[in-house]
Design a binder for this molecule. Structure first.
Ligand code: C5P
Length: 233
């Protein structure tokens, strides 16, 4: 399985996104398009990034009734994204509908992964706000197993939970992990975080890195530092 660093393109418009990517001369980083950019630009952003040679993780975290999610996924499948996602909290029925919506008759489809618990959520919020009685790790392992039995390819989770997910679902089940910070940097609004090097040791397949790269004085150097720490090259 090819491990990689995915840059979260959390920008407000197409122009700023492309200006940012133009700094990476000769490189085509794997990128993530989230809600802000997708809602601002519409589907064109995915087609544009694919045409420029990037792999795209379309991070829209769908969570609705199964019929709606299935139909929405059918539309997204046509854009050529490499990875799409849903919230595991939407139930196994919703995840199965998402998978069906993504699958085309020739058997090809983007990878589908499920968000277990957002990396900004902490244990206190899980219990007192969301009224989930189980602890964070048991909740994540359970959501990951639900996603696997629904046929999904992996989960989005904190890098701190990658080993737990692999233990619950096997080595081939993908772990895509935001919540990455350099050892010498701020946490921002993230809770369950670690460094690229530690994420590699724990077993993440893909790390998703936003502000440590996009807000860096030298984003290309920050990206290269991530690649070096995570891939060891
Ligand atoms: O800037 P930062 O590195 O915190 O960005 C993390 C990115 O990963 C954001 O785009 C955020 O929406 C996304 N993400 C996350 N936690 C999840 C799923 C996605 O932080 N569980």
């Amino acid at each position: 399985m090819a491990k990689d660093v995915i840059i979260a393109l959390d920008f407000p418009d197409m122009q700023q996104t492309l200006t940012f990517l133009d700094r990476f001369t000769g490189r085509k980083p794997f990128v993530k398009v989230g809600m802000e950019l997708f809602y601002a630009t519409g589907p064109d952003i995915v087609r544009t990034l694919k045409a420029r040679g990037h792999k795209v993780f379309l991070d829209l975290k769908l969570h609705d009734i199964p019929n709606t999610v299935g139909k929405a996924m059918r539309v997204l499948a046509g854009l050529g994204a490499d990875i799409c996602n849903v919230h595991a909290a939407g139930t196994a029925a919703m995840m199965r509908a998402a998978l069906e919506g993504l699958s085309s008759t020739d058997g090809k489809r983007p990878l589908l992964i499920a968000v277990t618990q957002l990396t900004s959520t902490n244990e206190e919020q899980l219990h007192n706000e969301l009224l989930v009685n189980e602890n964070m790790n048991d909740t994540i392992a359970h959501y990951a197993r639900n996603a696997q039995s629904a046929g999904l390819d992996g989960v989005v989770c904190s890098p701190l939970e990658a080993a737990l997910v692999k233990q619950a679902c096997g080595a081939e089940f993908l772990t895509v992990t935001p919540g990455i910070r350099f050892a010498d940097a701020a946490k921002d609004d993230q809770s369950r975080i670690t460094t690229p090097a530690r994420a590699r040791e724990i077993g993440s397949d893909y790390i998703v890195v936003g502000r440590p790269i996009t807000a860096a004085a030298d984003p290309v150097a920050a990206y290269e530092r991530c690649v070096k720490e995570f891939l060891g090259i």
